[in-house]
Design a protein around this ligand. Structure first.
Ligand code: FEO
Ligand code: CA
Ligand code: CA
Length: 633
């Protein structure tokens, strides 16, 4: 059987059963094995590392701590409950109130944007997403009844969502310090948002509280995001569906199909918000659910600016949104829909980018996201995926030999999808993309252009259902059935074309397993990596990857990997986060790394007492070199 035949017959998994067997030990046993094996996971090849990645890698571990390389120091910048706006009380885990939470740093920090306010980068806006609440972790043991939350507990949760904007200045010793400032701001589920773009004012967005269909209270499940070249933040509303109850009471088959495609299964919600505000009850407010699942934009430069929901970018479980300026000046926004077998999208503006961060330029550029074309990605074969054979190399030398096509879904009020109006394409984007045969991916997470090379990188975090009965099997861009460890794709395009070329950068997992691929780099010399989620780039163009849900049994972390030259694929672990936590929001500056430590201790025993030794608190951590030097140099 040819290699291609093997792929079609069940993908890499079938061809490399031995690799999966090697990974089948218990998680607990794997951690010391990974850490103790000399010459393994050290990320070095002959001692040579490219600039930006020259540090002693952190070994996989299960500590309840943030662990950084030797010669580096860490600091908690801000944690859940810390004061954000004037008059905010000090955090009191036993005396939480909605009024206090609305002035304090929210829960479960995810995306982190660090936006310089001046040329030196000493003064910055720190903009952070607060993705979701886990009430059983937030409230002291015994004080929260999952079946019967109090109204105040529900209101605390509403205030713990959204975003925080704080002034964050560099300290003399190279750290980062939150300052009182007129810019400091909390955005919660009560903050007014303006709906913009082709669906603003649509009947599909009108509710009894907002008959105009243009004003939405709040944002939720803001997962990752991106800083725009004009100095604002785009933030993705991801798992918005989980807060809406009683989809099962909908009898109209068209509406029921739409709810089903967005995972709105019905019944009560876990958090029971629908008992305190009917907007969370689909049977009472059928359109409120259409007002979430968008990319939102926050302008930290103007503390009074009303945040925006951008409908031209489509409605799905947006992981993030990142901008590339094409050569002709049009603005391209990439966004993944984080669900098993869902899609990768891009938006291309009609208008051209105006450089600069003046109020005039910001207004102009923010308006560019109102008018353009929304596309979904179709990947085709001839990729190197079929060649992962355990040797760690590809016969094609990893050339861009996969091809892809962007399929237009809608532009302004024009739909390109049979049976869908343009409004329906924007509001029910998943269904429109189903119709045109887009490629079903393994949970598309962060997608971001490399500022040095212009190439685009997408993290596909995992998909244990790939190849399951009745589900799509492995294909070239998603090369493993039962994909537990995820992979990273890269593609080459200016941004405005409808054709592109792609290839695999990483097929993640234990480097000893035959079904992994590290860009062709010597697999005995890399750190194990699993479940890539967020990506970022350093000033050299090295890719940095944070992980969520490490399936190899150790804690999540942050990794660097060169993407060009002989070190391409040399994955090195820069830090690990505490037990139960996910690593989010990486920011990599010349002399500073920031990560968001999300949900420390989540998922049962052992819990976490990070960072202060008491009740666990999600927080932002800054890492710098002890000698004040450049990261990885
Ligand atoms: Fe909120 Fe896809 O992670
Ligand atoms: Ca994420
Ligand atoms: Ca990112």
């Amino acid at each position: 059987m040819s290699r291609r035949g093997a792929l079609r017959a069940g993908g890499v998994m079938a061809a490399t059963a031995a690799g999966f067997a090697a990974m089948s030990g218990t998680a607990a046993a794997e951690v010391p094995a990974l850490a103790a094996n000399p010459g393994r996971g050290n990320g070095r090849q002959g001692g040579r590392s490219v600039p930006g990645t020259d540090f002693e890698p952190v070994a996989p571990n299960s500590r309840d701590a943030v662990t950084v390389p030797e010669g580096y120091e860490q600091q908690v910048v801000i944690r859940w409950g810390d004061p954000v706006v004037p008059g905010a009380p000090a955090f009191d885990v036993n005396g939480q109130t909605a009024a206090a939470q609305a002035k304090q740093f929210g829960y479960n920090n995810d995306f982190v944007g660090l936006i310089p306010q001046d040329g030196s980068g000493r003064r910055n806006f720190l903009v952070v997403n607060h993705e979701y609440t886990t009430e059983t972790e937030m409230f002291p043991e015994g004080s929260y009844d999952e079946a019967n939350p109090t109204e105040e507990q529900v209101r605390i949760a509403w205030a713990a969502h959204g975003l925080s904007v704080v002034q964050a200045d560099r300290t003399r010793d190279g750290g980062l310090e939150v300052k009182p400032s007129r810019y400091n701001r909390r955005i919660t589920l009560d903050t007014e948002f303006e709906v913009r773009g082709p669906v603003a004012g649509s009947d599909l967005l009108k509710t009894s509280a907002d008959p105009t269909g243009t004003i939405v209270h709040g944002t939720q499940n803001n997962c990752a995001g991106g800083v725009t070249p004009w100095g604002t933040v785009l933030s993705g509303e991801e798992n918005f569906h989980q807060y809406f109850a009683h989809g099962e009471r909908v009898t109209d088959p068209v509406q029921a199909e739409r709810l089903d495609r967005y995972g709105l299964a019905g019944g009560e919600t876990t958090r029971k918000w629908e008992r305190f505000d009917k907007r969370w009850d689909i049977s009472q407010e059928p359109n409120e659910v259409h007002r979430f699942g968008w990319v939102v934009e926050i302008d930290p430069n103007d503390p009074n600016a009303k945040p925006i929901k951008h409908t031209a970018l489509g409605r799905f479980k947006h992981e993030a949104a990142n901008v590339k300026i094409a050569r002709d000046g049009r603005v391209v926004v990439y966004s993944g829909d984080d669900e098993r077998f869902d899609y990768i999208y891009k938006f291309v503006s009609n208008g051209r980018y105006k450089p600069g961060r003046s109020a005039h330029a910001r207004r102009h550029n923010m308006a560019l996201l109102d008018e353009g074309t929304l596309y979904v990605a179709k990947f085709t074969g001839n990729s190197p995926a079929e060649e992962i054979d355990g040797s760690g190399t590809l016969p094609s030398d990893g050339e861009f030999d996969g091809t892809g096509e962007w399929i237009a879904l809608a532009s302004g009020d024009k739909s390109f999808v049979d049976g869908f109006t343009a409004e329906e394409v924007y509001v029910f984007t998943r269904l429109a993309a189903d119709k045109v045969g887009a490629t079903k991916m393994d949970r598309p997470e962060d997608i971001e252009p490399n500022p040095v090379t212009g190439r685009i990188y997408a993290a596909l975090t995992n998909n244990s259902d790939r190849g399951a009965a009745g589900k799509a099997g492995a294909d070239e861009p998603n090369p493993r059935n039962g994909n537990k460890n995820g992979h990273v794709l890269e593609w080459d395009e200016d941004g405005t074309e409808t054709k592109f070329r792609w290839r695999l950068l990483l097929v993640c997992g234990d480097p000893d397993a035959a079904d992994t691929y590290f860009g062709g780099f010597d697999k005995s010399q890399v750190s194990p990596i699993s479940c890539p989620d967020n990506v970022a780039f350093d000033g050299y163009g090295n890719l940095w990857i944070s992980t969520d849900g490490n399936a190899l049994g150790s804690n999540d972390g942050l990794f660097s990997v060169p993407v060009t030259g002989p070190n391409r694929g040399q994955v090195k672990q820069f830090l690990t986060v505490p037990v139960g936590a996910e690593t989010c929001g990486p920011v990599v500056r010349d002399d500073l790394v920031l990560v968001a430590v999300q949900h420390p201790g989540e998922g049962g025993e052992p819990g976490s007492s990070w960072p202060d030794g008491g009740h666990a608190r999600p927080a932002i951590v800054a890492v710098r070199k002890s000698d004040g030097g450049r990261i990885g140099a």
